[in-house]
Design a protein around this ligand. Structure first.
Ligand SMILES: *Cc1c(COP(=O)(O)O)cnc(C)c1O
Length: 440
């Protein structure tokens, strides 16, 4: 069934649902652990539970908290639970957003407005390590700000000294990740936050991917540096239930040290014939499903459950890393702090992008990264049972990739800086978007 025109007569419900199942067959098989990004799959029980909770609220709209006090309660409790987990105190406030990107957009917009008001800066700047998520570049672009990205130290962690040297009269916000997505290492947040604090600047911690893993590591014997709101100087923090919180897609949390700062996030407009319009975040209609699912899953798994999942992913990560290091021509990049990491080639004979192509042929879904050229893995509990299968395929793929150039274009992984929101999006970027998304 290829539908282009709007059907004159509605199709039978079963026909539509069957067609959805058919189409899904061509998607990546994340349910069976073939996928190392995009979907955070713990196990079938939690998957079913999060979907049931989502379904209960699939029609509700959190834009109207007085019509849906239940959603307001879910949101406030999810904010309180994540604040409890991440070093907040009784002054900590926050909101649920549609995802990590929206949380970051809000943190940056809040910093801009705060700095314009409190520091009298006309054109506020952000300073972040080069490894910071592109959502900060997006935010700077959307909100008319400058993002200065600073080189990391050789272990791919932020270099606080270099960040301090990049501070100007216009700097409003300093950023660190816990951990960074590309290499899975935690930036020295304590130093970054202290430097910001000393100068009266704001400091955001991007714990989007780490926020539901890192707090449990000390309990199971791993030591990690402090990274959360308990550090003086950390003024906001983002964390995504829809990643390692294992909740339905569409839920992130943005936390602020206090209400005074969070006020800068709000939007209010009374010039509309439709009445006064206020919104705490960026969206209008706010789907109830992700909020309800976040509340349900956090309560259902509990700290004990997250600790167990953390143990599973850390053990699985260690097995994978040992297996990768045992392959002559491969090695793990830097010294990852949790269950996301990257591996690179150590041999001139092996192009890592060719290894990626071989793995893709063997039905694995992984992402390629550019500095250094590498393959990225986010390890989930559902991967525990496919470690051997993956490592066997990785050995085969590495051998098959020997002395072979990648078949597909990798020019876009050159990091030449041709793609930036500030350049005219003429050719390369538009071509890439069309290619990746098959935009019609
Ligand atoms: C995933 C991620 C984001 C962005 O979150 P989305 O939910 O994809 O918008 C930001 N920062 C880090 C470190 C992430 O891993």
């Amino acid at each position: 069934m290829e539908r282009k025109a709007f059907p004159e007569r509605g199709l039978d419900a079963d026909v539509v649902l069957d067609e959805m199942e058919n189409r899904r067959d061509s998607d990546t098989d994340w349910r069976n652990g073939r996928t190392w990004n995009l979907v955070y799959h713990p196990d079938d029980d939690i998957k079913d539970f999060r979907e049931r909770a989502h379904e209960k609220y699939a029609s509700e709209n959190a834009l109207g908290p007085s019509a849906f006090p239940s959603l307001r309660r879910f949101e406030n409790e999810v904010v309180a639970m994540t604040a409890d987990l991440l070093g907040g105190d009784n002054k900590t406030v926050g909101n649920i957003t549609s995802g990590g990107t929206e949380s970051i957009l809000l943190a940056v917009k809040t910093a801009r407005d705060w700095a314009q008001e409190n520091l009298d800066i006309g054109h506020p700047e952000i300073i972040a390590p080069e490894t910071v998520h592109p959502a900060f570049a997006k935010a700077a672009h959307y909100f008319g700000m400058d993002l200065t990205t600073v080189s990391t130290t050789s272990d791919w962690r932020a270099d606080p000294e270099a960040m301090v040297n990049a501070i100007t009269d216009e700097t409003a916000l300093m950023v660190g990740s816990a951990p960074s997505y590309p290499h899975g290492v935690i930036d020295p947040i304590e130093e970054i936050a202290a430097a910001a604090n000393e100068r009266g600047l704001l400091c955001h911690v991007d714990a989007c991917i780490g926020g539901f893993v890192l707090p449990f590591l000390p309990d199971i014997g791993y030591s990690i540096p402090d990274f959360d709101l308990s550090l003086p100087g950390v003024s906001s923090l983002s964390v995504d239930p829809h990643k390692y919180g294992y909740t339905a897609k569409g839920a992130s949390v943005i936390l602020y040290r206090d209400d005074l700062l969070r006020q800068e996030q709000y939007f209010a407009y009374d010039g509309w014939p439709g009445g006064v319009y206020v919104a705490p975040n960026m969206t209008g209609t706010r789907p109830g499903g992700p909020i309800a699912s976040a509340w349900a899953v956090l309560n259902h798994i509990g700290k004990e459950g997250y600790r167990d999942y953390t143990q599973t992913v850390m053990e699985t990560t260690e097995q994978l890393q040992q297996g990768i290091e045992a392959i002559d021509m491969l090695k793990v990049v830097s010294d990852p702090d949790m269950c996301i990491f990257a591996f690179e080639s150590t041999s001139d004979e092996v192009n890592i992008y060719s290894v990626h192509e071989e793995l893709t042929k063997r039905d694995w879904t992984l992402s390629r990264q550019q500095r250094p050229p590498n393959i990225h893995l986010s390890v989930m509990p559902s991967h525990a049972r496919i470690v051997d299968e993956f490592l066997t395929d990785l050995i085969d793929s590495t051998n098959a990739a020997r002395n072979k150039q990648p078949e597909h274009e990798t020019a876009l992984y050159g990091g030449g800086g041709a793609l930036s929101p500030n350049t005219d999006l003429e050719s390369a970027a538009i071509e890439m978007l069309n290619q990746v998304y098959h935009l019609k």
